[in-house]
Write a protein that binds this ligand. Structure first.
Ligand code: PLP
Length: 392
């Protein structure tokens, strides 16, 4: 008899369309080299290297002791939905009702649920390329049509709205924005978001605004399309606690959307996760309502590291690094090395002991770039810069 592991599994066709986030694969490869005794500096993973602030951890511990260990409503606990709505209303400057909020295990499901709720096969999705790989992967998985929009290095990785307008067709149903942006750290200007909002009304599409890095912006104010006239009815704001409060492992995120859509998204949640962990939601309320000094300190530290890494990378032969205005990533152009993005990724991992991601992990337009996360100590960033300089 053939052992089960040797039999071919007849997977569903749609599995061929599912992409992935290569950060997790590169991380595994770097860890495997470490297990063989190699020293590695991790600049590939997109998570703050800080601990979840004490007041939030204590709120989570107390919630556990108080018995928040049961199922809750699929859309989120009413008191948490109210707290999250209050926070989004305050930070975006536009009214948000608690029943517009759906709380999810991490912010990622909001991408999937938004697409499942809105898109039929053949509907078109305009999204940034390079961009967070899940946008493209999910678009493919549900049979919608990819319409990537190129980001321009020269304009701080923004996009050209005239070009975007040319990409709009009768089938355009969703445009994805991400500011501050992963992987480039670019931010969108008020003018860009305003014009995009006007296009949304004119051409009747929805906007998924991924604002997970909204609190990590060093220059200018974050701008949400949600706050522009008429946009509350066609915008889905994605946000969460992973980055702002260093809570990646707690899995806590949320979407703000029109009420009728929140009902549908909650139904998708009932069919998948059932609900988000109850004590995590209580901790998340403390995060939003409690002291914010730890966020300010984290952003200040990120800013110092950004300056350090940008300055260092601009001295590496063949590298050119734009100074990003947000998130905790840099996206240097490496075409001057004469190597491809993937070659630079491999070269740095194997020869220099520095784990980074090829720009192509974020779409085809990422060729010629690599992404480095500066969510690592200044000492490690300095050491990484020395190693990268020596490797080129
Ligand atoms: N959106 C962007 C642009 C991200 O970079 C990430 C995480 O890396 C997410 C969404 C998902 O965040 P979460 O860990 O809360 O699911």
């Amino acid at each position: 008899m053939t052992p089960a592991s040797h039999r071919m599994i007849r997977f569903a066709q749609r599995m061929n369309n599912l992409g992935t986030e290569t950060a997790f694969e590169v991380f595994a490869r770097a860890r495997a080299l470490e297990a063989l005794g190699r020293d590695m500096i991790h600049l590939e993973i997109g998570e703050p290297d800080f601990d979840t602030p004490q007041n939030i951890r204590e709120a989570g511990e107390k919630a556990l002791r108080d018995g928040y260990t049961h199922y809750g409503p699929s859309a989120g606990m009413p008191e948490a939905r109210a707290a999250f709505a209050e926070y989004v209303q305050k930070t975006r400057g536009a009214a948000v009702a608690p029943d517009q909020v759906v709380i999810t295990p991490g912010a990622k499901p909001i991408i999937f649920f938004t697409m499942l709720a809105l898109l039929d096969a053949g509907d078109e999705v305009i999204y940034p390329n390079p961009g967070f790989p899940i946008y493209e992967s999910m678009t493919d998985y549900i049979g919608a049509k990819r319409v990537p929009i190129m980001l321009n290095e020269a304009s701080g990785f923004s996009f050209d709205l005239d070009h975007l307008e040319k990409l709009i067709t009768q089938r355009t149903k969703l445009v994805i924005l991400n500011s501050p942006h992963n992987p480039t750290g670019g931010v969108l200007s008020r003018e860009t978001v305003q014009r995009l909002s006007e296009l949304a009304a004119k051409h009747d599409f929805y906007v998924l605004s991924d604002e997970i890095y909204a609190r990590i912006q060093y220059e200018g104010e974050p701008v949400s399309p949600y706050a522009f006239p008429g946009m509350a009815e066609r915008t889905i704001v994605l946000d969460g606690h992973s980055k702002t409060y260093a809570m990646t492992g707690w899995r806590l995120g949320y979407g703000v959307m029109p009420k009728e859509m929140a009902l549908k998204v909650a139904k998708l949640q009932t069919n998948s996760n059932s609900c988000t962990c109850s004590f995590t939601q209580i901790a998340g309320m403390e995060a939003l309502r409690g002291p914010q000094a730890s966020v300010d300190a984290m952003v200040k530290e990120f800013r110092t590291r950004r300056d350090l890494i940008v300055e260092g990378l601009n001295k590496v032969k063949g590298f050119r690094c734009h100074r990003p205005a947000g998130a905790f990533y840099v996206f240097p152009n490496i075409t001057g090395t004469g190597m491809s993005s993937k070659e630079v990724e491999n070269h740095l991992m194997e020869k220099a002991g520095v784990a980074v991601l090829a720009g192509t992990s974020f779409g085809s337009n990422g060729e010629g770039f690599i992404r480095l996360s500066y969510a690592n100590s200044q000492a490690n960033i300095r050491k990484a810069l020395e190693r990268i300089t020596a490797a080129f």
